[in-house]
Design a protein around this ligand. Structure first.
Ligand code: MN
Length: 228
């Protein structure tokens, strides 16, 4: 096949212990997946109905590259999250088979224009401008399931300029990884290359230019980023 214009490059994430990279198909995110964060946002904790949104695949920032401060906001927020990369997809995936789809795990930042999100919430508008902007998804390298298994516990944390801002255990997630995959696959056909942001703990706060961000999923992976 030939294209009429030059096709965009496929966004891709480095993999620990491999020269190959993980090609990103779609980025799914779950909101309000830690009770303390839902509370700090003034949202009710919904244990039966997950809330999903998406970011464009090319919003990823990899290889600890600098993250440009986005346009059109005065209130950029960090949200540290465990990320899950899928090697397989499908529809209506049962919870008990969901983890078979997982390629690996990492840590990422669901960067948020909080002021635009507040305005969208107030008007009942979509969240795309608040969540899906350019460079809104810095991610670490991925660790393969063969190397790290399926982490069910472990500390997820974020430091800004050496100061702890967010910390929780991934076991506190309201919807665990298998449940998220199950629920997503009822709404969309999941595919190899899909990436899932699994929600952020409490402590979300503002980022400024020149801030140094260090995100960590203990025993698995770390991410360093500078806001420029
Ligand atoms: Mn989030």
């Amino acid at each position: 096949m030939s294209f009429a214009i030059t096709a965009a490059e496929i966004p891709a994430i480095p993999i620990a212990g491999s020269d190959a990279r993980f090609p990103v198909h779609r980025i799914y995110c779950i909101g309000r997946n830690y009770a303390e964060h839902a509370k700090e946002m003034g949202a009710s904790v919904e244990r039966s109905q997950p809330m999903f949104f998406m970011k464009p695949a090319d919003a990823i920032v990899t290889d600890d590259a600098d993250v440009p401060y986005p346009s059109a906001t005065q209130d950029l927020h960090h949200e540290v999250e465990m990320i899950v990369a899928l090697a397989r997809g499908g529809r209506d995936i049962a919870r008990e088979h969901a983890l078979d789809c997982v390629f690996g795990y990492g840590v990422g930042l669901d960067l948020t224009r909080r002021d635009l999100q507040a305005a969208a919430k107030a008007k009942g508008h979509p969240w795309d401008a608040a969540k899906g902007f350019d460079a809104s998804a810095p991610v670490s390298m991925l660790r393969r399931v063969e190397d790290v298994g399926h982490p069910r516990t472990g500390r997820l944390s974020l430091d800004v300029n050496g100061e702890r801002r967010q910390q929780a255990d991934i076991s506190e997630m309201i919807f665990d990884v298998a449940a998220i995959i199950h629920e997503l696959s009822r709404l969309w056909t999941l595919a190899p290359g899909d990436l899932i942001f699994t929600g952020t703990p409490a402590g979300v706060a503002m980022l400024q230019r020149n801030d140094r961000v260090h995100a960590r999923l203990d025993g698995i992976v770390e991410l360093d980023a500078r806001i420029v």
